[in-house]
Design a protein around this ligand. Structure first.
Ligand SMILES: C[S@@+](CC[C@H](N)C(=O)[O-])C[C@H]1O[C@@H](n2cnc3c(N)ncnc32)[C@H](O)[C@@H]1O
Length: 399
């Protein structure tokens, strides 16, 4: 058994150099996240499975937390070592200078993932790392840290792959999809990160009307509006994990926040159109849009199949239709999807269309998808698909 921890990088102290950072994302979204990190001009951006790696100092990872739309969290690597068993796992974790990131009386949480390794019991891995953290800080005279959930002052991420352990600080704390605007939960809301990926994959220009005919709690409309106004999705959130670290520089954070405030653009004349056949969902969408700082006069209680569209609008439809996950509902959904495909061909000619739906239901729309990105929505195998709805034959140029 071996433990050969490299010296931890000092990630929590803004006066020191860069860390190896890893922004996690749902499988399938790596290319979108990669583009986001490139647009933020992060150094050494490299696509991996389940996320994107980059190198950055505190200003970089603060900015990543503030701006990334499709990332789950931003992890900062502390150490990497080999461990086949409990002792090596513990010894490697004991070497980390946890006291740098935990104030006396602070709380701890460890989350572990393991694949193709002797240490395959994630609960056990979490426990041993917690033991090492507690032992390390108590030996240095600090009170025994309590182990808590979501709100822990120090969140540690352990990744074990082929017996190599990577310990990282979770700089985000609560998942980044928790933006701070969700006032109403709705029923089966789409994750904010998936919605943000759909906005980006759609290629919407942020100016044409955005239409969600199954808007539910309004996730796609809010994420669309955040995108169109160049609003950093983290601006509405008041807490990130790194704020609890002893080395946290409030001044640096304020600078990043102010820069993000200054980068916002007004929504201008861009229309946000939301439909849902349930009045309570429309009320929720309104509440969420308002909480995010937007308003729409185009929210309507309406069956999606009754929506008339507007000729020449060149709108972008962005939607998450119902899936009918309950037994016996699939046939009903196939019927609905077929009707929608027909309806959009009739009333939304020339519009862009991007939606997320279970892979096996996609053919029912009767549309030729130009782009198809497989993703999981909860436990369901889905795909984000896009196409341009055909122009009317009369409007088409002569052959
Ligand atoms: C999967 S949910 C959408 C969730 C939404 N993306 C969110 O984040 O909250 C589907 C929505 O479609 C609505 N719906 C179902 N059938 C409809 C129909 N025929 N016309 C309009 N809305 C419908 C439901 O009320 C539900 O809010």
């Amino acid at each position: 058994m071996s433990a050969s921890p490299s010296r931890p990088l000092i990630a929590g102290d803004p006066t020191v150099g860069p860390s190896v950072c890893f922004a996690t994302c749902a499988p399938g979204l790596e290319p979108v996240l990669h583009r986001e990190l490139q647009a933020l001009r992060m150094p050494k951006v490299e696509r991996q499975v389940g996320g994107v790696r980059f190198t950055g100092g505190p200003a970089d990872w603060m900015r990543a937390n503030l701006w990334l739309r499709t990332a789950g969290r931003v992890l900062l690597r502390l150490t990497r070592y080999e461990a086949h068993g409990s002792e090596a796992l513990y010894a490697g974790a004991l070497e980390c200078e946890w006291e740098r990131w935990l104030r006396p009386g602070g709380t701890v949480r460890v989350d572990a993932q393991s694949k193709d390794s002797d240490l395959d019991h994630t609960r056990f891995v979490e426990q041993r790392i917690k033991d090492a953290i507690v032992d390390r800080v108590t030996r240095r005279g600090a009170p025994r840290p309590q182990v808590v959930g979501e709100e822990a002052h120090l969140r540690v991420h352990a990744h074990v792959y082929r017996n190599r352990v990577t310990l990282s600080l979770d700089s985000s704390g609560a998942a980044l999809r928790k933006r701070g605007w969700r006032y109403a939960q709705g029923q089966a809301p789409l994750s904010e990160t998936l919605a943000a990926a759909m906005v980006q994959l759609s290629g919407w220009n942020g100016k044409a009307p955005l239409v969600d005919p199954f808007c539910g709690s309004g996730t796609l409309l809010v994420e669309g509006a955040l995108w169109a106004t160049n609003t950093a999705p983290g601006l509405l959130r008041d807490r990130f994990g790194f704020m609890a670290w002893p080395g946290f520089s409030a001044k640096l954070w304020e600078r990043e926040r102010k820069a993000a405030e200054a980068a916002r653009r007004p929504l201008g004349k861009t229309r946000l159109v939301g439909l849902d056949h349930r009045p309570e969902r429309i009320a929720e969408a309104q509440a969420n849009l308002t909480a995010a700082g937007f308003s729409s006069t185009d929210l309507q209680v309406l069956d999606a199949r009754a929506w008339a569209g507007k000729p020449g609008w060149n709108a972008q439809i962005l939607t998450n239709p119902p899936y009918g996950v309950r037994v016996g509902e699939e046939a009903k959904m196939l019927g609905l999807y077929e009707q929608l495909g027909q309806h959009w061909k009739a009333v939304a000619q020339g519009y862009g269309l991007t939606l997320i739906a279970p892979v096996e239901l996609l053919p029912a729309f009767g549309l030729a998808w130009e782009q198809q990105v497989p993703v999981k929505n909860g436990a369901l195998e889905c795909a984000i698909v896009s196409t341009q709805l055909p122009e009317s034959e009369s409007a088409a140029p002569p052959a």
